[in-house]
Structure formats: structure tokens, C-alpha cells
Design a protein around this ligand. Sequence first.
Ligand code: KG4
Ligand code: ZN
Length: 351
Amino acid sequence: MTILGIETSCDETAAAIIEGKKKFVTLKSNVLATSLALHAKTGGIIPEQAAREQAKYILPVLKETLNKAFGTPDNFDAIDAIAVTYGPGLIGSLLIGVETAKTLAYVLNKPIIPVNHMIGHIYANWIVSADSAAGASFEKLPVFPALALVVSGGHTDLLLIKKHGDIRLLGGTRDDAAGEAFDKIGRMLGLAYPAGPEIERLAKRGNPERFRFPRPLLSENTYEFSFSGLKTAVLRQVTTLPDSASLSQEIKADIARATQDAIIDVLVKKTLRAAKEHTVASILLSGGVSANQTLRDTFHKAAANTGITAEIIAPQKSLCTDNGAMIASAAYYNFSPAPWNEITADPELYF
Ligand code: KG4
Ligand code: ZN
């Protein structure tokens, strides 16, 4: 089955075509236009501006997605179904993808599957690279029961998946998400948005002993998260430094290190605790923050140290942040088309 996936929940206009092969999916094309550079200038996303950019990019992105997959921009016959993110996200941005997908479904008379963006992130774990699909070397594939940690700019959620379609939320963030904490703390350090990748780079040179920030809710018996206290602690630290207006590169690196250590510590310990409690066969990382290599390495080390044998799986780094392929993959494994005229964008959608 060949599925076109459309994702426009935030600042990325993304589309992809995947081919479902039962146990995994492969990419036929994966195209992305981003208004990130625009938002980097303002230090965050201005929703109105993001929506306008979505409207500008959506048709060129679709054209290129088809072109890359089939060598022609109008071969809709080769597509069996259309998948689209219907929430959560920014309403103006979501509407562009949802209305475009509905129009295609109506005009082409194809099934349309509305996909929850967060569940989409998890399904990036079923997408294998071309080499693997050709049998060169097989990446690890998820096995159920699985525990999913979705760590993005808007969410930090732990979910138990017994099988496709059987997903239960164990806990989510009470306030800021992990990615949001990276971004807001980055802003305090004068870093461009989104700050996660730059904090990761800086942290490599940081001294782990100089600062120590709180690990919110770590010792409490809950799978909920909270990162706003961490943000406040960093702000307090920054403003009490003698040169808070012009932080040296060294201090920035030390703060980046302590921030990343605190976030990773909470994410890894809570996830492994849940993995043990529910004796899962795999742990699926996903969302923009899961591109963080230090997070991935810490997961592997900590699991080995605590005797957890579940496979730790994460998507290819380029598929951790928003993309259309993960949306198409989620639709393939949870194939439940809806009448196009009943699909509406839902910015507050949760699980
Ligand atoms: O999943 P995503 O693309 O968008 C949302 O659905 O929110 O995630 C974006 C988030 C941003 O907060 C960004 O700072 C963070 O992912 N991020 C990272 C890294 N790469 C992206 N955080 C830490 N380390 C990274 N390498
Ligand atoms: Zn996302």
C-alpha cells in the first residue's frame, strides 16, 4: 500500500510517500519546507506567520513529493490513501494541511486517514532506510508490548503500546515539554530557536560539576513530567551571575551541560522505571528531542546498567523532527479512513 502523508502542524510544511511492507515501511519520497529561519529571527514561532508560510509552501511541497516518488508531479493514481495530521498544533498551520488533504481525498476519491501528530512521531520508528529494506543490514524494528517516549517541542509523554491501535497514556508533562525547556533555556543563553541542537553541541564542552539543576518529579511515583521549575532555576542562576548580560562561551557551555544532564536524567530514569514495571519488549524514542545523541547513548548505558533488555529504538535523526513520512506510517498501521467532510483540525487534540 502506498500512502501520501501530509504534516503541517507547526512550522514545517512536510509531505512524504511511503510504501507499507507489513513489518516496516519504506520511503519513496520525503520533502520538507520550513519557516524555521524566519522564526529563528524572532526567537520563537509567530502562529500567524507560520500559517502564511504553510499556505505558501504546501502545493510546491506536494508537487515535489510526487515528482521525487514517481518522476512526475501528477501521478495521483499511484497513491492508495492520504494521511494528514489533524492535531495537536497551531490551528492556522493545521488547517492548511487538513483542508488540502480533504480536497485531494474529495477530488481523487481516495480514503483519508486523520492522524494524531504525537502518534505519528512514534511511528517514525517503523520507517527503515533504503539499505535495510534491500536487506543490507536490518535496523531494529519495534516489538510489542512497547513503551513510547515522545519528546518534542510541545509534548513529553510516556505511552504503553500493546499492539497497533492499543495505546495508553502513562503520563505527560504538567507544564513545559522537554523541547520547550531546551528552547526557553537556550533563549536565556542567547541561542537561536530551536535551541536543542545547539545546547547539545555546547554541552559537549561543558563542565558537569559547575552547576546542578533540579530534576523535577524524578523521585515521585508518577509518570508525569514537569520542566518549568528547571527553566526557573536556570533563569535564577543566569541572573545571579556577575556578567549575566554577556555570558562567556564557557559559562554558556556549563549551563548547557547542566540543563541537558537534568533533562536527560529525568527522561531516562522515568522511562526505564516504566519499562521495568510493564516489562516491555521495546522502548521507542521519538520527537525532536530524541535526535539528541547524548540522550540516546545515556538510554543504552542506563538500560545495560539496570539489566533492562528491551531494545531501545529511535528513528533516523532526520525523521525525529516533524515530517510527513511518520504520519503516513501511522496511517498504514492504524488504517481507519474517515469521511473527508467529518475531519476537522483539532489544535488541542491529546490521547
Ligand atoms: O518534534 P519536533 O520537531 O516538533 C514538535 O512537535 O514540537 O520537536 C522540536 C523540538 C524543539 O524543541 C527542539 O529544540 C528539539 O526538538 N530538538 C532537540 C534536538 N533537536 C531538536 N533537543 C535536544 N537535542 C537535539 N539534538
Ligand atoms: Zn512534532
